[in-house]
Design a protein around this ligand. Structure first.
Ligand SMILES: O=c1[nH]c(=O)c2[nH]c(=O)[nH]c2[nH]1
Length: 300
């Protein structure tokens, strides 16, 4: 092949955002699991792209059907386990599939309370954050990242911001007591695929949010580093943590024109612009896996 010939570069394909609701109804107390699943296969698909020969193409419709059939046959369980099981099927059962990317968002439901009791089969979607996972597979290797988006958190004190450089464009005042609010997007990479994800996910998630609450913040940068550090210190099965946090500014309203004092009580919650603070927290010298992070949405 001569230099300059047109060739196919990296590619993947699959079904995006398969909406799956699995009801477990073995007893009168039903359980629901609600996921949005994306499958993307990688492998020997050159002929399809270059000549239209579909001999090796596992149709995206088949991929979608497999998601539903696997939910019936194997149940869902943790989204991570569900994706690993799907990934192994596509890679092990189709020789042309060498790997892929598999992603799931989990939508949370609570039981509706009736007379103070949780109802057996009626649910309300919670406004909580969305749990997410991405699984990357290449041959026998698998990498799993878990995380969540849109966990909106606020502390009404315990946050300072001062000591920053001042130039002729600086108007921001220094403060030793402000509201700190953000919508946490957090992702962490597990050291391997053999993790009890259902047990470990809430441990990491709760630790991140508890650290947000407990750290006396000198900057949002300071807080998010401490959040990641707390997880790495407590969890041997987590290799690294990535956080993306918009600084949801709360500006003190000037009530002086109305003859009122405002000792950090009345704020204007600004929408835009917002500071966007992002960081990776990792173990020194640890091996990096940039190809996994390249497929995690929402990171620079
Ligand atoms: O926690 C903060 N970090 C910043 O970098 C910054 N910049 C700013 O204007 N406010 C803040 N707050």
């Amino acid at each position: 092949m001569a230099v300059g010939d047109i060739v196919l570069g990296p590619n993947q394909y699959g079904k995006a955002e398969v909406r799956l609701v699995r009801v477990t109804r073995d007893t009168p107390v039903h359980e629901i699991e609600d996921l949005t699943v994306t499958t993307q296969l990688r492998g020997d698909f050159t002929d399809c792209h270059t000549t239209g020969d579909n001999t090796l193409v596992v149709a995206t419709d088949t991929q979608k059907n497999t998601v539903y059939a696997y939910a019936k046959e194997h149940g869902v369980g943790s989204p991570e386990t569900f994706l690993l099981r799907l990934a192994r099927h596509f890679v092990d059962d189709f020789p042309q599939v060498t790997g892929g990317r598999f992603a799931a968002d989990q939508h949370a439901w609570d039981r509706i309370a009736v007379d103070g009791e949780p109802h057996d089969h009626a649910f309300v979607r919670t406004g909580r954050e969305t749990r997410r996972t991405v699984v990357e597979v290449a041959g026998d290797d698998a990498w799993v990242v878990s995380g969540f988006t849109d966990a909106t958190v606020l502390k009404s004190t315990g946050s300072e911001f001062w000591g920053f450089p001042r130039d002729r464009y600086t108007t921001l005042g220094e403060t030793t007591d402000r509201i700190l609010a953000t919508s946490v997007t957090a992702w962490w990479r597990w050291t391997g695929p053999d993790v009890d994800f259902e047990a470990r996910y809430p441990v990491v998630r709760d630790l991140l949010l508890a650290t947000f609450a407990q750290v006396h913040s000198l900057a949002l940068q300071h807080t998010i580093f401490e959040m990641g550090k707390a997880v790495l210190e407590a969890c041997d099965d987590v290799a690294e943590v990535r956080l993306s946090c918009p600084n949801k500014h709360h500006f003190l309203v000037d009530l002086e024109p109305f003859g009122l004092e405002n000792p950090n009580e009345v704020f204007y919650a600004a929408d835009r612009p917002y500071g966007l603070i992002e960081a990776t927290v990792q173990r020194e010298g640890a091996a990096q896996v940039p190809h996994v992070w390249a497929s995690v949405p929402g990171f620079v």
